[in-house]
Design a protein around this ligand. Structure first.
Ligand SMILES: Nc1ncnc2c1ncn2[C@@H]1O[C@H](COP(=O)(O)OP(=O)(O)OP(=O)(O)O)[C@@H](O)[C@H]1O
Length: 690
């Protein structure tokens, strides 16, 4: 057998890949933790490990591979197949597509819950609510309980959902979560408890699960020894990527499935843990080695293949100040003279101009736009830059922040599909019915009530009295729902059916109907890639496509465009040049009221993640003043900012510090001359009449 693929790995990578594999067999081995520093080939190593297991006889159908995003799992599956094909040649054909258990925790959770629904008294046809739907349902319940009418302000729907989600994901009592993370809501503990109880009952009545349920139900199943053994026994090998960004519930699931750790591999980098706001805990990775009867093997990947030495040195200096971490000394042999730059600019507009100038310069020198990225802490930080790029005709794609699927018209069509899939889903029904003119919340509620308890909700919809003044539109709507429910048009043509019905409403509701219609055509195209309505809805709800671009539409894939991304969405990626916006206190770290060590450390890791995306060139930009977000219209409030506290004066020698624009002697002379001008304006104006 050709083992050549192992030669491409370094010693530590090879040890991780071959752990527990011996003499052509790959039995479930002792648990393995791979601590992989930034750019140390984590993805590569994990893909090789899966391939190596398969090549040595592991059954690909009995391998579970969980990644942070669907994109990452698709990429991983492709790599595994490629390596297997190299090694096995013709014999690899039989393996194509056999690696069936790859996906995110939430996606795999949905599959497992559907498959075992009957054993846990659930209806397998449940629909899944995304965060916004969940907040809407929380709001409905909040109104029904009368909490929105309380004298002092009850927490908003978003805060309620965030509290609920943290209690579930962090496996912590409500009182503790309130005390630690939401002290200003602590007075509402009893009401919140009632609210959450009613919210859960509403989800059950409507047969919907929210994101958190996908983990919660799975974790609860793992509490039953028979189910845990049955489900855990589905796989010989369970591999988890980005383990630093999992939460308590995910660790409970994993340990429930494999209590002795046999066959378990987790890979992660504690220095890159950036999802604590979603209750991820770096403790999972720190505690993993001692979680089993036999301690896990720990291997560390310390060689960085991505960044030049000066960039790595600066990033290492930033992370060295974190309070708790596995010790790693990342090194590289990619020598370079170019230090990362700290660039001082006057304000947001100069920041944008500097970047455009540099991006164009780099392109002149052969770095395509696609190999350059601008990263920022919060999606709204890129506003000025987007304006400048549009003005200068530089195409870009933005990741993070508002998504294609968040736009109202796309949500309308998806709600229609969801309502057809599960007619008890009140949030979807509520949205869809109110698209009709003259149907308001009261009539929508009446219709939904009639459907709620009927054995066949669509039959009930067809019989219910039409809302007053809904006119002919109502009959058209009912017909369409009936057709969708019977699947008469077939998948994915039914999206066309909906579009046809929706078009007149779209034109009535939105001025820019034409642009929106093209989005819907795009949605139809995306839908064509999914085998069924149910799979389409599940996958899209769990992991929506991330890119949005300016109004010109997403550039074609073979075109060249600049990448704009939040740091969170830049995880796992790399570019030749990276620019980081607003490297100032107040942005990184973001304005944190409490400034607790844990939160500050997470912000430090964010900067570290941003810096370690760069291969050859890194610019951290420090505007001296920046606009305050959340002002009305074109508000001009700004604050004076200081360089981020994560780069202290002792580290400055690792950077090239420069100011921009560069002031030439002539400019300076002109500015000085301007300062000398003294006019007695009052006298001059008086003299006009003298
Ligand atoms: N053994 C190797 N020899 C040469 N190059 C390698 C090797 N392993 C990885 N690389 C290269 O190193 C770079 C980083 O790899 P990869 O993206 O897998 O890192 P990572 O550990 O997932 O990074 P991060 O955690 O920072 O996102 C890639 O360009 C990859 O091709």
């Amino acid at each position: 057998m050709a083992d050549g693929y192992l030669d491409r790995l370094n010693d530590a990578q090879r040890a991780a890949v071959t752990h527990g594999v011996a003499q052509g067999t790959a039995p479930p081995a002792a648990p393995l933790l791979v601590i992989a520093g930034a750019g140390s080939g984590k993805t590569n190593t994990l893909a090789h490990r899966v391939a190596h297991l398969i090549v040595n006889g592991a059954d690909p159908r009995r391998i579970l591979l969980m990644t942070f995003s669907r994109r990452a799992s698709a990429e991983m599956a492709r790599r595994v197949e490629r390596i297997c094909a190299q090694v096995l040649g013709d014999r690899a054909g039989a393996l194509a597509g056999a690696l069936g258990w790859t996906g995110t925790f939430h996606g795999i959770g949905a599959r497992i819950i559907r498959a075992h629904a009957e054993q846990i008294g659930m209806d397998p046809a449940f629909s899944i609510h995304d965060r916004e739907d969940s907040a809407d349902l929380m709001n409905l319940v909040r109104h029904e309980l009368g909490f929105s009418r309380t004298e002092s302000r009850f927490p908003t729907k978003g805060t309620c959902l965030a509290i609920y989600s943290r209690v579930v994901n962090a496996e912590q009592p409500l009182a503790d979560v309130l005390l630690k993370h939401y002290p200003w809501c602590a007075g509402w503990q009893e009401q919140l408890k009632t609210l959450f109880g009613t919210y859960v009952a509403a989800k059950q009545a409507q047969n919907v699960l929210d994101y958190d349920d996908l983990l919660l139900v799975w974790a609860q199943m793992m509490g039953d020894p028979i189910l845990a053994a049955e489900i855990g026994g589905t796989w010989d090998h369970v591999l988890v990527d980005e383990y630093q960004d999992t939460n308590r519930l995910q660790a409970t699931i994993l340990l429930g499935m494999k209590p002795d750790g046999a066959g378990l591999t987790v890979v992660g980098d504690d220095a890159q843990s950036i999802y604590a706001f979603r209750a991820a805990t770096v403790r999972n990775i720190l505690d993993f080695p001692s979680a089993f009867p036999t301690p896990a093997t720990v291997l560390t990947l310390e060689r960085n293949y991505r960044s030049s030495q000066p960039i790595l040195a600066a990033a290492n200096a930033v992370i060295e100040q974190a309070s708790e971490r596995f010790t790693k000394n990342l090194w590289t042999n990619r020598a370079s003279d170019a230090l990362p730059r700290l660039v001082c600019v006057k304000d947001d507009s100069d920041q944008a101009r500097y970047i455009v100038e540099r991006v164009l310069e780099d392109r002149e020198q052969g770095t395509m736009l696609k190999q350059q990225a601008v990263l920022f802490r919060a999606a709204h930080h890129s506003g000025s830059l987007e304006v400048e790029l549009t003005r200068r005709n530089i195409p870009f794609v933005k990741f993070g922040g508002l998504k294609f699927l968040d736009s109202a018209h796309v949500k309308d069509v998806l709600a229609m599909l969801r309502f057809a899939e599960n007619p008890r889903d009140r949030v979807a029904g509520f949205r869809v019915m109110q698209l009709l003119p003259a149907v308001g919340p009261t009539s929508a509620r009446r219709v939904l009530d009639a459907m709620q308890d009927a054995p066949d909700p669509i039959a009930a919809l067809m019989q219910v009295r039409a809302p007053a003044r809904a006119g002919e539109g109502w009959a058209g709507f009912v017909d369409m729902m009936h057709g969708l429910r019977n699947r008469s048009a077939g998948w994915p043509s039914e999206i066309g059916l909906i579009r046809h019905w929706y078009e007149p409403h779209l034109e009535r509701l939105h001025e820019d109907a034409t642009t929106r219609l093209s989005d819907l055509r795009q949605l139809e195209q995306i839908a064509g890639g999914y085998p069924s309505r149910e799979r389409f809805l599940t996958d899209l709800t769990l992991d929506p496509p991330a890119a949005t671009s300016d109004q010109a539409g997403v550039p074609l894939l073979d075109e060249d465009y600049l990448i704009l991304s939040t740091i969170h969405s830049a995880k796992g990626q790399e570019w030749r040049s990276v620019f980081v916006l607003n490297t100032v206190d107040g942005c990184i770290p973001s304005d944190l009221g409490t400034g607790e060590t844990e939160e500050i450390d997470e912000e430090r890791r964010l900067l570290y993640v941003a810096m370690t995306r760069a291969k050859d060139s890194l610019d951290l930009i420090v505007p001296q003043r920046f606009h305050i977000h959340g002002q009305h219209g074109m508000g001009d409030r700004h604050v004076y900012a200081a360089r981020t506290r994560f780069i202290d004066p002792a580290m400055l020698s690792l950077f090239e510090t420069r100011a921009w624009p560069i002031v030439t002697p002539e400019d300076a002379k002109r500015q000085d001359a301007a300062k000398q001008v003294r006019i007695d304006m009052a006298a001059r104006l008086r003299d006009m009449w003298g």
